[in-house]
Ligand binder design. Structure first.
Ligand code: 7RM
Length: 643
C-alpha cells in the first residue's frame, strides 16, 4: 500500500506538537543508563516489583539459556494484588467488565484480591500443587483474569487456550502440557449468539486423559451436561472456599505460564515464561509505553488467549495498579460503533488494539466513530502486525482526533513484553514505524552472514528479562528455531525489518512460513496438516496473500488422491475441515485444486513460487524444482479458478 508524501509530512508536522517533551530528561537518562551498563539498568528496573527475597545475581547467561535475578523470590499474583492492599489502590477499580449485551461488572483491587484468594483455595482443594499445569479455556470475562492470577498465586503453571480454538486444538495443547485441571465456561456470547464452550471442552476431553477436574463458570446459562465426579460449577466451589490463600514463594526462574504459538511445523510451540524476568518486563514496559497517570482508564482489546492479553491485560496493568476495561463480545454488536460507544461510556483514555481491527473500522467508515465522544482518549496503541501508513493516519485522525500519539509496539509471544515502541511524549513518531528498541533492549538488522545491514533479519543481540526460557518439552526445537541461524550469537525473531537513515525501525513481518491472519499467528504446516487429514486430499501447500482487512489471508493449493474426483462440494468441505481442526481464523480464503505441487528434489514444497503466482508476479527461479513443468499447470489452474 502506498500513500501520498504530502499527507505523511502533514502528520509528522502535527506530531511534533504532541511529542513535546514531558519528562524527557528522565527518559533520556534511561536510554543512557541502559547503554552504559545494561545489567545495572535491569537491576534497577527490577525494583518496579516487590521481591520477598532479593536476587543474588542479575543475569546468568549460558547461551541460549538465561536466568535473570538469580535466587530472587517473589509471587506474580502478590505483585498484582497484595501489594496494592497497602495503599489507596486497594479501593481503586481494577477491572470494569462489559458483556456483549451491555451488562457491567466491576472489581476493585480489594474485591479482585478476595476472589483470587478464594479461587486459589478452590484449586488447592482440588489437589493442585506447585508446578502443576492448569488449562484455561474461557471467554473474556473477569474469571479469566481470576483464574490466571490464582494459578500464579499457588505456584501452578497456566496455559491459556484462546476460546475460539476448536476441540482438537484444545486437546493438543492440554495433552502437550499434561494439564491436570481445565477451567472453562458453559458458553460465550458472540454477535448475539451463544458459543457452547463446554460441549467443545467435552469433545476435547475424550482424548485428554491428564485432566482430572473441570471447573465450569456459568456465563450464558445454557445448562450444559456436567460429568459427575469430574465437572464442578465455579460458584459452588467458591461458596465453600476460605478467604485467604498465602501466595506461594516462587523462585525468579520458576515457570509462570506456557503459551502455545504457531511455528513452521504442524505442532504448536509451548513457549515457556518464568516469573521474575517476565514480571519485570511486563510491569516496566506497561509503565514506560502507556504511562502511569493514576486516573487512566486503559483498554487493551486483546483476548487473554494471546500473549498481549497476558502481558497487557493481566500482568502489566494489574501490577501497575491501573484501572482497565475488558469487553466480551464483537466490535459490531449490536452496531458497528460498539468500540466507540464503550470508549464514550467508560471514558477510556488509552486504547491498545490491532491493525486488523483498525482496517476493519476503516472499511466500516468514519461515521461510526465520529458519532461518539472520544475526547477522553489520550494515547493509542497498535500491536500484532505491521500497521500500514494509511491505517496509522486513519487511527490517528479519526480515533485519536489528531491529538493522541500512537504507540506502534513490536514484540512476540517469545519476547514476553514490548521490544520496539515509541515512548509517548518523547519519541517523535513516523506513521508506520515502531520507532526504536526500548531501553535495555539491543536489537539489530543483519544479513545472512551476520553483518549489520539497513535491511534484513531482525535479531536481538543480548538477553532480556522477559525472554522465553525455552519450548516446553522441546529444547532442540528451541535452539533450532531461535538460535541456530547465527550459532547462538543472536536471537532470531523470524521477522524482516529495515532501518531508515534516522535509525527508525520498520518492521516487515515474518520471513518464515508463519501466516499472520488478523494478528493471529498460524503455521502454514498446521493448516496443511489439517487439509491432508481430509480423506480425499493427497497433499497441500498453504501460503498467505495480502488481504485488505485481515493483513494476510490463507490460500491453499491442494492435490487430490488418485481416484478422488473434484466434486463441487469439496472446496467448502475442506474449508470447514480446517475450521474444525484449528478454528475459524484459519479458514482458507481460497482453495486451488492442482494436479501437482512445486517441489524440490528433496521433496520440500516451494511455497515461494506459489506466492509468486498468487500475487501475480513473474515466477522466480524454478531450477531447483524436481519438475519445472508443474508451475505452468498450476498457473493455468490458478487463473481458471480466479476468472
Ligand atoms: C505481540 C504479538 C508476533 C509476530 C511478530 C511480527 C508480528 C507483532 C508487530 C508485528 C510489525 C508490529 N505476538 N508483529 N507486532 N509486526 N509491527 N508492531 O503479536 O507472537 O502473536 O506475534 O507478530 O511478525 O513476529 S505474536
Amino acid at each position: 500500500m502506498r500513500m501520498k508524501r504530502s499527507s505523511l509530512f502533514a502528520a509528522s508536522a502535527l506530531l511534533q506538537n504532541v511529542t513535546a517533551s514531558v519528562g524527557a530528561e528522565e527518559i533520556a537518562s534511561l536510554f543512557e543508563e541502559a547503554s552504559l551498563d545494561r545489567q545495572k539498568f535491569w537491576a534497577k528496573q527490577a525494583e518496579c516489583i516487590e521481591w520477598f527475597h532479593p536476587w543474588q545475581e542479575t543475569l546468568r547467561w549460558k547461551a541460549p539459556y538465561a536466568e535473570w535475578f538469580v535466587e530472587g523470590k517473589l509471587n506474580a499474583s502478590y505483585n498484582c494484588l497484595d501489594r496494592h492492599m497497602k495503599s489507596e489502590t486497594r479501593y481503586k477499580t481494577a477491572l470494569i467488565w462489559e458483556g456483549e449485551r451491555g451488562e457491567n461488572r466491576s472489581f476493585t483491587y480489594e474485591e479482585l484480591f478476595l476472589e483470587v484468594n478464594k479461587f486459589s483455595n478452590v484449586l488447592k482443594n482440588l489437589g493442585v500443587k506447585k508446578g502443576d499445569r492448569i488449562a484455561i479455556y474461557l471467554p473474556m470475562i473477569p474469571e479469566a483474569v481470576v483464574a490466571m492470577l490464582s494459578s500464579a498465586r499457588i505456584g501452578a503453571v497456566h496455559t491459556v487456550i484462546f476460546g475460539g480454538f476448536s476441540a482438537e486444538a484444545l486437546k493438543d495443547r492440554i495433552v502437550d502440557a499434561e494439564a491436570k485441571i481445565l477451567i472453562t465456561a458453559d458458553g460465550a456470547y458472540r454477535k448475539g449468539k451463544v458459543i457452547p464452550l463446554k460441549s467443545t471442552t467435552d469433545q476435547a476431553l475424550l482424548d485428554a486423559p491428564s485432566i482430572e477436574s473441570v471447573i465450569v463458570i456459568e456465563n450464558v446459562s445454557n445448562k450444559p451436561l456436567m460429568k459427575e465426579g469430574r465437572d464442578y460449577w465455579y460458584a459452588d466451589l467458591m461458596k465453600e472456599a476460605k478467604e485467604y490463600a498465602a501466595p506461594e514463594i516462587m523462585d525468579a526462574e520458576d515457570m509462570l505460564f506456557i503459551l502455545y504459538t504457531s511455528g513452521t511445523t504442524g505442532k504448536p510451540k509451548g513457549i515457556v515464561h518464568t516469573t521474575g524476568g517476565y514480571l519485570v518486563g511486563a510491569t516496566m514496559t506497561t509503565k514506560l509505553v502507556f504511562g502511569s497517570d493514576p486516573k487512566d482508564i486503559y483498554w487493551c482489546t486483546a483476548d487473554v488467549g494471546w500473549i498481549t492479553g497476558h502481558s497487557y491485560v493481566v500482568y502489566g496493568p494489574l501490577s501497575n495498579g491501573m484501572t482497565q476495561l475488558i469487553y466480551e463480545g464483537a466490535a459490531d454488536f449490536p452496531e458497528r460503533n460498539r468500540f466507540w460507544k464503550l470508549i464514550e461510556k467508560h471514558k477510556v483514555t488509552i486504547l491498545y488494539t490491532a491493525p486488523t481491527a483498525i482496517r476493519t473500522f476503516m472499511k466500516w467508515g468514519e461515521e461510526w466513530p465520529s458519532s461518539c465522544d472520544l475526547s477522553s482518549l489520550r494515547l493509542l496503541g497498535s500491536v500484532g502486525e505491521p500497521i500500514n501508513p494509511e491505517a496509522w493516519l486513519w487511527y490517528y485522525n479519526h480515533i485519536g482526533q489528531a491529538k493522541c500519539p500512537i504507540a506502534d509496539t513490536w514484540w512476540q509471544t517469545e519476547t514476553g513484553s514490548i521490544m520496539v515502541a515509541p515512548i509517548a511524549s518523547y519519541t517523535p513518531l513516523k506513521p508506520g514505524s515502531a520507532t526504536f528498541p526500548l531501553p535495555g533492549i539491543e536489537m539489530a538488522i543483519i544479513d545472512d552472514s551476520g553483518k549489520e545491514a539497513s535491511s534484513g533479519y531482525l535479531v536481538i543481540k543480548s538477553p532480556w528479562p522477559s525472554m522465553l526460557r525455552g519450548i516446553y518439552n522441546d529444547p532442540l526445537r528451541y535452539k533450532e528455531t531461535y538460535w541456530k541461524k547465527w550459532d547462538g550469537e543472536y536471537y532470531f525473531t523470524g521477522d524482516g525489518a529495515t532501518k531508515d537513515d534516522e535509525g527508525y525501525f520498520w518492521l516487515m513481518g515474518r520471513v518464515d512460513d508463519v501466516i499472520n491472519v488478523s494478528g493471529h499467528r498460524l503455521g502454514t504446516m498446521e493448516i496443511e496438516s489439517a487439509l491432508v487429514d481430509y480423506p480425499l486430499v493427497a497433499e497441500a501447500a498453504v501460503i498467505a496473500i495480502a488481504h485488505p482487512i485481515k493483513g494476510q489471508a490463507v490460500v491453499a493449493f491442494v492435490t487430490l488422491k488418485d481416484k478422488a474426483l473434484k466434486e463441487p462440494f469439496l472446496e467448502d468441505a475442506l474449508k470447514e475441515h480446517v475450521v474444525v481442526k484449528i478454528g475459524s481464523i484459519a479458514r482458507p480464503e481460497k482453495i486451488i485444486f492442482t494436479a501437482d505441487l512445486p517441489k524440490t528434489r528433496s521433496g520440500k514444497i516451494m511455497r515461494r513460487l506459489l506466492r509468486d503466482i498468487a500475487e501475480g508476479r513473474v515466477v522466480g527461479d524454478v531450477t531447483t524444482l524436481a519438475d519445472p513443468q508443474v508451475m505452468r499447470e498450476i498457473q493455468l489452474q490458478y487463473k481458471e479458478e480466479n476468472d
